[in-house]
Write a protein that binds this ligand. Structure first.
Ligand code: C2O
Ligand code: CU
Length: 488
């Protein structure tokens, strides 16, 4: 795979190229020589991100204008060690006078650094720079993207991964980073300029017609070259505005070791499938137990079995004779443990969308049917019966928590659509899905709520400020599934 994806440390590039893999194996694929040592070598930190339009060959032989950071799609990988202070100057050189911000998805930043226009800062105007500075308290796999017109700006290519290394990373031979997504191209390879259509806001979101892996077309020809016996940590993020991935690593047996940056008890994929909704991340560990010359597909089961990549074993002897036994449990971050017993329970009901019984929402204190709200306000969803515009800063938060309060929040989805719900500034435990206790009580910052389903989460509201709580189908967020919670 020939991925020119800029990484903070060269050997951690997503989908190593053949040449890089050869270099890696030349260095000896012994554990001692690999990532643990790399993690210690402080990479030259990226200190600035410049947002602009540039051309990228998403499909071979085509040139597509995208928006992104530092003229690279995805943007540069930002890499830190736990406890580092990130300092990133974001300069806006976008066309069309588009203001922007950067949100550090999943990082428990101070509120003023959260990158939400109108709530935590003014949009960065074209020609201006905003200096973000925050400590990264937790290790894990995160990502960054704008929070201004995000259904357009993220779709155009403004996203990148942010990795925080554990103090003692689990022992793997190497890491592979995959930013998955999609893009909507016309026959000439141009991005289709149809952002914000009502049918996308109130339907399943705007889907692309080309799957992307690290900014270029995904497909069976995207080969991840591996050696028999290798152990690989695969960090995955779904950067799509609306597409939900359901990945099948057929013939291989990766273990889940983290969700949304937070360690989880290592376990096989439930039903052999990885659900990755917009905004979500998962870290997998793959013990490459195939034989030299084997190939295995990576398939998205959501979209008629589209093959996004091929795991291709090099015709070379195994790098070790026996599989590794080293523990795979990632050291946990110091997150405040919610106590459901002393928690105050809150409820959040989602209604609306273009399918199903038309809901009624409150607009300016008046009850209106969703079709009327769509016509008059361009909104199609309600949260607790209120339809509001994106970044409705003049409105009251949906909930106000006392700082340090233990919270249980039950989300009830009365719509016919899935909603990956994201809370800023905190990670939460997923207690119950559809009223059944979860096996791992996993930590997350983005959780999928099924149609007609429910999810109960718990967290300690310890980070003061006004925090977004929204659907990460970014068209849904723009269509009303965007609110705030206050911690004071
Ligand atoms: Cu990934 Cu509010 O965002
Ligand atoms: Cu949604």
């Amino acid at each position: 795979m020939n991925d020119a994806h800029p990484a903070a440390t060269p050997r951690r590039e997503p989908g190593l190229s053949r040449r890089e893999l050869l270099q890696a194996s030349g260095a000896g694929l012994s554990l001692a020589a690999l990532p643990a040592a790399l993690a210690q070598a402080a990479p030259a930190a990226v200190r600035s991100l410049k947002a602009s339009a540039f051309a990228q060959a998403i499909r071979p032989g085509e040139s597509t204008e995208v928006w992104g950071f530092n003229s690279s799609l995805p943007g540069p990988v930002l890499r830190y060690r736990r406890g580092d202070v990130a300092q990133i100057a974001v300069a806006n050189a976008l066309p069309r006078n588009a203001g922007t911000t950067v949100h550090w998805h999943g990082i428990r930043v101070p509120n003023a650094m959260d990158g939400v226009p109108q709530v935590t800062q003014d949009p960065i105007a074209v020609g201006e720079t905003f200096n973000y500075e925050f400590r990264v308290p937790d290790a894990g796999t995160y990502w960054y993207h704008p929070h201004q017109m995000s259904y357009e700006q993220v779709a155009r290519g403004m996203y990148g991964m942010l990795i925080v290394d554990e103090d003692k990373p689990i022992a793997v031979d190497r890491e592979v980073l995959w930013a998955l997504g999609d893009v909507k191209l016309d026959a000439k390879g141009r991005q289709v300029d149809d952002f914000g259509r009502l049918q996308d806001l109130g339907g399943g979101g705007r889907l692309g017609n080309v799957f992307t892996l690290n900014g270029r077309q995904a497909g069976r020809d995207r080969r991840l070259a591996v050696r028999s016996g290798e152990r690989i940590r695969l960090r995955l993020v779904n950067t799509a505005t609306a597409r939900i991935f359901l990945l099948d690593f057929r013939g291989q047996r990766p273990l889940v070791v983290a969700h949304d940056g937070q360690a989880v008890e290592p376990h096989p994929l439930p039903q052999g499938l990885l659900l990755l909704g917009p905004g979500m991340r998962t870290d997998l560990v793959l013990d490459c137990d195939g034989a030299p010359g084997d190939t295995y597909p990576v398939i998205d089961r959501r979209d008629r079995g589209y093959q996004i990549a091929t795991i291709a074993y090099e015709r070379k002897p195994a790098v070790r004779s026996r599989a590794l036994r080293d523990p795979l449990r990632i050291e946990a971050n110091a997150l405040p443990e919610p106590d459901p017993v002393k928690a105050v329970e809150h409820f959040l009901v989602f209604e609306g969308g273009l399918l199903g019984r038309p809901a009624i929402g409150m607009v300016d204190g008046k009850p209106l049917k969703i079709p009327e709200i769509m016509r008059s306000r361009g909104l199609s969803w309600t949260m607790n019966y209120v339809a509001e515009h994106e970044h409705a800063m003049l409105h009251t938060p949906m909930f106000t928590f006392r700082q340090g309060e233990h919270v249980v929040l039950k989300m009830v989805n009365e719509t016919e659509f899935e909603h990956p719900m994201h809370l800023h500034g905190h990670s939460f435990r997923v207690l119950r899905v559809n009223d059944r206790p979860t096996r791992f009580r996993e930590w997350r910052d983005t959780v999928m709520v099924a149609p007609r389903g429910s999810v109960d989460i718990a967290f300690v509201a310890d980070n003061p400020g006004e925090w977004m709580f929204h659907c990460h189908i970014l068209e849904h967020a723009a269509g009303g599934m965007m609110g705030t919670v206050a911690v004071e």
